[in-house]
Design a protein around this ligand. Structure first.
Ligand code: ADP
Length: 488
């Protein structure tokens, strides 16, 4: 176990729990109480190098490990995680301010993700390709080598699991860099779980760092020749910088970035359902989900009644301690996040937006907030605001809703609420988004689905069959039986 009675966590490199190369540590705080949850190694570039070298050293044996053994390890890891369910849900609350409902969702999702990853050990099936040259011609998928995985804090358990599971199951070795805001439940916990499941030393390595000190580790992951692929989940700004650097080093990267996700409510939608779906889609985990509904585009005939009922429901959402099971709106992850939400709402209001519900901070939390008349030039209308704020806009037609929804640089998730499913499906195809849910809100995921965005929301896909392409190399091999003539 990495944890001691004093809640000290070291990094996980080459199967060992080790301190930072320079011995420094940082304090990991509970965003609601500000208590110290853990003291964690504050690693840097040298730690990343050691981790990459450990991963490179473990690659030949791991990539040659029979799929049955890789599969067993993933099935055992799923069981090991499930045995720790209550502890992990509590840690999600203490480290990331995650409420009970979303904590239980993560604990339901991730064992399934690990069990599906177990099947990936057998998934890279090759092809025999007809050759005009008389050769026996094969398309073979091979693991790529070391994969660098950079994960965020918001759905810490799911998004760190997703960053490592498919790459490992497909025979790669991994260096995981969790967020500085969730180093344990979004990172080091995987060292404990996979050690218990029997993963060989060096196959998974985890490097942690102090707030704001990701740069040197990220630089090393991008530049080191042994790292062959990267995956990143986080903000569009950081993802863009990483993609630029990865481009210089000609490295493929899967990027899952921010979203400005629309929920379209058509005039024929069921009103009760629309109000419930909107509230859930906008405010689950206090709106700190890349898929959260950021804007609701409602058709004029039902707009007044819908907005009135949504405002009433929004005001009832309990704000406060995420460890109390009926709390819906817990704390934002840190003071900077709270300051950003406050500033964006104030800017929108100064430019003419109306506050229909919420609009104020309560300690480290921000009330569920419903805005109307947010002008297009407000920052809130242009960039993802990671908090419990949603803007409602009235539209005159489904076509106008689609046009407005598409008029952003993002394209992650979306929803269209209608009882006319044929029309919903037709409209879904006109939305510029990686994910569209007809008659549902934008927040949803299953491990086997192709998850990812378009435009500034990123590229590449986690989940489903797509990950096989992301984390294996397709090679062409021929066998020429006998000899054939050459022109000279
Ligand atoms: P957020 O603001 O929501 O934390 P970020 O994009 O900053 O979003 O964080 C997502 C992940 O990116 C975290 O693991 C964070 O530490 C990491 N990160 C931030 N800056 C860099 C960087 N320069 N290089 C690599 N990773 C980074």
């Amino acid at each position: 176990m990495a944890a001691t009675a004093a809640q000290e966590y070291r990094q996980f490199i080459g199967g060992e729990w080790v301190g930072a190369a320079d011995g420094s540590t940082f304090e990991d705080h509970d965003p609601y109480t500000s208590e110290v949850v853990a003291t964690v190694a504050a690693g840097g570039g040298e730690d990343a190098r050691r981790a990459i070298e450990a991963a490179a050293g473990a690659f030949p044996a791991w990539s040659a490990t029979p799929p049955a053994e890789r599969q067993r390890i993933f099935l055992d890891a799923a069981d090991a995680l499930e045995r720790r369910r209550d502890e992990v849900v509590d840690l999600l609350a203490r480290e990331t301010g995650c409420g009970f409902g979303f904590g239980m969702f993560q604990m339901g999702f991730v064992p399934g993700l690990l069990r599906q990853a177990a099947a990936l050990a057998y998934a890279p099936i090759g092809t025999v390709i007809p050759s005009d040259m008389g050769a026996f011609s094969l398309g073979l998928r091979k693991p790529v080598g070391v994969v660098g995985a950079i994960a965020p804090w918001n759905a810490a358990l799911i998004l760190s699991a997703r960053a490592i599971a498919a790459p490992l199951a497909l025979g790669n070795t991994v260096v995981l860099k969790p967020s500085e805001w969730s180093p344990v439940v979004g990172g080091l916990i995987w060292g404990e779980i996979f050690t218990e499941a029997g993963l060989p030393a060096g196959v998974l390595n985890i490097v942690t760092h102090a707030p704001g000190a990701a740069g040197p580790i990220g630089d090393e992951l991008v530049a080191h020749a042994a790292v062959r692929r990267l995956n990143f989940t986080g903000s569009t700004n950081t993802g863009r910088r990483l993609a630029e650097a990865a481009g210089r080093h000609l490295k493929r990267i899967v990027l899952e970035l921010g979203g400005y996700n629309p929920l379209i409510v058509l005039a024929d939608a069921d009103l009760d359902y629309a109000v419930d779906a909107s509230t859930f889609g906008a405010f689950l985990h206090q709106g700190q989900i890349c898929m959260s509904a950021r804007r609701i585009l409602v058709e004029r005939p039902i707009a007044d009644e819908f907005v009135e009922r949504l405002a009433v429901k929004t005001r009832t959402l309990k704000v406060g301690n995420p460890k109390e099971p009926d709390t819906i709106i817990g704390p934002l992850i840190n003071e900077d996040a709270l300051a950003t939400v406050k500033a964006r709402v104030e800017d929108a209001v100064a430019k003419g937006a109306r506050v229909l519900a919420g609009g104020e901070a309560v300690g480290p939390c921000y009330r569920a907030t419903l805005l109307a008349d947010v002008p297009d030039d407000a920052e809130l209308a242009q960039v993802e605001t990671f908090g419990p704020v949603v803007a409602v806009e009235v539209v005159d037609s489904a076509e106008e809703a689609i046009a407005r929804a598409n008029a952003t640089s993002y394209g992650l998730s979306s929803g269209i609420l209608t009882t006319d499913l044929d029309r919903g499906l037709a409209l879904a195809q006109q939305l510029d988004a990686g994910i569209v849910h007809v008659n549902d809100q934008p927040v949803g995921d299953e491990p086997q689905m192709p998850f990812g965005g378009v435009k500034d929301s990123g590229f590449g896909r986690f989940g489903g069959q797509a990950v096989i392409d992301e984390f294996t190399e397709l090679r062409w091999i021929t066998v020429q039986s006998g000899s054939h003539p050459f022109p000279f």
